[in-house]
Ligand binder design. Sequence first.
Ligand code: NDP
Ligand code: 2IT
Length: 458
Amino acid sequence: MPTATLESSKAEGKMEYVDKVLEITKKRNPGEPEFHQAVDEVLNSLRPVVKKNPEIEQLNLLERIVEPERQIIFRVPWQDDKGKMQVNRGFRIQFNSALGPYKGGLRFHPSVYIGIIKFLGFEQIFKNSLTGLMMGGAKGGSDFDPKGKSDSEVMRFCQSFMNELYRHIGADTDVPAGDIGVGGREVAYMFGQWKKLTKLFNGVLTGKGLDFGGSLVRTEATGYGCVYFCDEMLKDRKESFKGKTVVVSGSGNVAIYAHQKATALGAKVVAMSDSNGYIYDKNGINLNTIKRLKEVERKRIKEYVNEHKSAEYQEGCNGIWQIKCDVALPSATQNELDGNAAKTLVKNGCIAVAEGANMPCTPEAVKVFLDNKVSFGPGKAANAGGVATSGLEMSQNSQRLPWTFEETDKKLNTIMVNIHKSAKEASEEYGMPGNLVAGSNIAGFMKVARAMIAQGLV
Ligand code: NDP
Ligand code: 2IT
């Protein structure tokens, strides 16, 4: 709502329900700008829904949905290779269980604090709802920095993290997975410790190794899913990935497999980044080199230019958005693409942006894309392929039967096509055709709201 309208309704002594809840949320969760940003976006999209469905206000549904069901904060003590005692902080926020067991990743990054976990957990509720699978929303993690740590240090940290977390999770209660800084290595260490503490071999974590209950396609799922979603947006414009120039930020799990699928569909990925800088290769970035540098050797992206003479490296990651492209897939971290970067992309002829990361585009950037008719896929829809395939891993674990790569990939593709369809239909139903931000928020919310209403005051 424009500030002027808000001020005038305040002056009249009445405030719109959405504004009231936004104000309460900000007061109740001070110093958490990322959480405020995520709630602002979702609740602002819901204004027409709240108007059409008065029971949302009557039942105080928005106040309830912005308050996590449970927040767990714990000490994670561990010993480094020199024998020194270290301590980090662990988090698990079990945000909403209306649709199923809590589900969502764990992030290990020095920037992690409660506000980051809360924003991610809040987004996860609606993302999981959009997948159509039975999953509630959660997120967790730690301010531990895996960079520069030995495998043994990472193992000891993961074991200590699980020594507390195991009390709060379970295959039918809460199922964590990876996120930034948590990949196959970390999930495996945590799973080993879970098994030792509980005697249970079950689907309590997803993203497990293929030899011990992991699902084919889970590794590729977020990146592939993001490209499948973007492909649907391109089809609506009578376009495809064929012959397109693509920029993918990040060079982690999501970025690598977004590159792989975009390339398979005929695009050329010319730039990628890490938290230090970005590389540009006009011939297209060689994914085998990136995979070796990042997945095996855990090195910095600037090493790429030593092996590929056609490539250039620039310090600082923001400059990546100045590279001319048709499609941008921001796949590193929150708020990595601002309003100015969005204007540059538009000026350079970019026609589609799909968020591989969670909330990588600032609100100003999103507005620039929507105002300029750039097809824009918000993270909770475009990157839902990761958690969707986690849901498929849970199904396989329950069945004790693995599915083939082709079968799982096909299911992932169908889920992404359906998410696009639901978001598009909701945007049309509420008079905002083409606005997939509003469409995803509305479609994701409606299912959770119906379940919460049906389940009573819990
Ligand atoms: P990874 O840890 O595998 O990779 C993260 C990448 O982003 C790295 O290249 C990293 O660079 C870069 N990065 C991380 N933090 C920053 C920062 N503060 N500034 C600049 N660059 C940064 O994580 P994922 O690929 O799994 O996750 C990427 C994004 O996708 C996150 O937003 C995550 O929440 C989201 N996501 C992940 C899913 C998954 O299944 N893994 C599912 C859905 C969304 P460096 O190596 O230098 O740190
Ligand atoms: O943000 C996300 O959706 C993830 N990190 C994946 C969560 C999961 O449970 O697979």
